[in-house]
Ligand binder design. Structure first.
Ligand SMILES: *[C@@H]1O[C@H](CO)[C@@H](O)[C@H](O)[C@H]1NC(C)=O
Length: 500
């Protein structure tokens, strides 16, 4: 068979036509934009016309809002994950089983705010390419606004409204109960990584009739709105003074409590001090009373002594000495510690305990001895006490208790003066203690039975020592001698020489 030139040309043309026909294609998609609800899965349609296989072609999905990177790429029969926009990772796929039909639609899962935009479906073969662009809108209705009370602000009540999860960006408005817009602070908008919007806005509201306020968040493109109404109790508006009052009261209360505590502390302290002072004073008072009593007693005694001296005693000792009697000690009455001279004129303290005859008359309470004769008239005798540091002289009734320990006082039948520890004590019913300017070397004892007086004199100085006055004697009086235990010097009964 002969091949003509025309035939050849026809074959070439046919071949060219075939080749051209197999290489050329159109990329098509939907003419309307695609509205995606956030969170849904969507398909972005794209296909070849004629419906030739795209298996050996390169399929690119681009989001035109992102410059360099891709949403998705299929090339060399593989999915190319390099250079993928991070927000699309894991959410995109082709229907690979549909590629042979020229179906290059993209499946996008879990739509989010950032997905909104213009998508280009670009398909390239070795010798041809074409593309188609689809617009995708994302709609997301946010959360119901949350209103929080922020407290007192600039003379009103501060409120904050917040709503999240919107797309596209919504508008937030504050309204009063009549629907009138309230002037509020600048709106604050935040877009999260998924492209959803959070809006919030502060407002300061004044008290109204209703105290009802509404926060409305609206998105006109998607024709959605969400609102929250709050009702503020009117007391809330008065909490400033209340709070102030409360704070002031608290402060006052605290101050009062502190003050009271201090006061109580002080008072208690003071009270203690006062109590101590009172105790001290009481003690002092007591002491003073006692002292005063003592002084009173002593004054009385001294007064009576002075009276006596002035009225009864003349410096003429000689008169008294005329009543001198011869006193001899009665050894039967002598305490076992005492040592008497043989003439019965001296007595001293001896350390030894003498074994003496049992005698009811003997002193066992005091180391004492009596004169052997009792008197009921005027009596005078003198006793040498020179160098002695301790003695007791005077007169006692015969029946004086000689066994028990007691102070020898008039009440018990004793009128005595004692020297001990450098002090003289007249054993009156209340003891009278005194010191003498001149220590007597010889003591004269004078008794006026009728007058009821017992007087003691410093013989050398011719001075008065002490007198018991106003006594009532009903029994005979016996001279009483106690040489004391602190020295062993004798008490010596001296002969009285009227001319001495
Ligand atoms: C592509 O394939 C998917 C899955 O079968 C289908 O939903 C879609 O409608 C197809 N698109 C076109 C343009 O054929």
């Amino acid at each position: 068979m002969k091949v003509t030139q025309l035939d050849c040309l026809c074959v070439i043309l046919l071949h060219l036509l075939h080749t051209a026909g197999s290489e050329r294609f159109e990329v098509l998609g939907p003419t309307d934009l695609i509205v995606a609800v956030a969170g849904d899965d969507i398909v972005l349609p794209c296909y070849l016309k004629p419906s030739i296989s795209a298996e050996d072609m390169t399929v690119d999905w681009l989001n035109l809002d992102f410059k360099d990177d891709r949403v998705f790429r299929y090339q060399n029969q593989r999915i190319i994950r390099d250079d993928q926009i991070p927000s699309y990772i894991g959410r995109t796929s082709l229907f690979e089983e549909e590629l042979w039909r020229g179906n290059t639609s993209l499946k996008l899962t879990r739509v989010q705010g950032t997905d909104e935009g213009h998508y280009k479906c670009l398909i390239q073969s070795k010798s041809w390419y074409d593309d188609f662009t689809i617009q995708v809108l994302v709609e997301a209705v946010g959360s119901k606004p949350v209103v929080s009370i922020e407290g007192h602000r600039e003379g009103g009540m501060g409120l904050l409204c917040e709503s999240e999860g919107w797309h596209p960006q919504p508008e937030l408005v504050w309204l009063d109960s009549k629907g009138v817009h309230l002037s509020a602070g600048p709106p604050e908008t935040h877009r999260d990584v998924k492209g959803f919007y959070t809006v919030k806005q502060h407002v300061i509201v004044q008290e109204t009739n209703t105290n009802r306020f509404t926060c409305r968040v609206q998105q006109s493109r998607i024709n959605e709105k969400m609102e929250t109404e709050v009702h503020l109790p009117s007391e809330l508006f008065y909490t400033t003074p209340w709070r102030m009052t409360f704070i002031v009261l608290c402060c006052l209360g605290a101050i009062t409590v502190i003050g009271l505590a201090l006061a109580i502390y002080c008072i208690l302290n003071k009270k203690d001090e006062i109590r101590k002072e009172k105790d001290d004073l009481w003690e002092k008072n007591h002491y003073l009373k006692e002292s005063f009593y003592d002084i009173t007693v002593q004054r009385e005694i001294l007064t009576s002594q002075l009276d006596f001296v002035n009225t009864n005693w003349s410096p003429d000792v000689e008169t008294i000495r005329r009543h001198a009697v011869n006193v001899i000690l009665d050894p039967d009455t002598a305490h076992c510690n005492l040592i008497l001279s043989e003439d019965g004129k001296q007595v001293r303290h001896g350390e030894l305990n003498q074994i003496l005859s049992d005698n009811v008359n003997r002193f066992s309470n005091w180391s004492s001895v009596l004169g052997n004769v009792g008197f009921s008239g005027k009596v005078y005798y003198e006793v040498k006490v020179e160098e002695k540091t301790e003695w007791t002289l005077g007169v006692v009734i015969q029946s004086i208790n000689r066994n028990e320990s007691f102070r020898p006082i008039p009440n018990k039948g004793a009128w005595t003066v004692e020297l001990k520890n450098g002090e003289y004590t007249a054993h009156a019913d209340s003891p009278v203690t005194f010191t003498l300017r001149e220590e007597p070397l010889k003591v004269g004892v004078f008794v006026d039975y009728e007058k009821g007086q017992v007087s003691f004199f410093n013989v050398e100085a011719r001075s008065h020592i002490y007198s018991f006055t106003g006594c009532t004697f009903t029994k005979k009086l016996y001279p009483f001698f106690n040489p004391g235990g602190s020295d062993s010097v004798s008490l010596v009964i001296c002969p009285v020489d009227a001319t001495d």
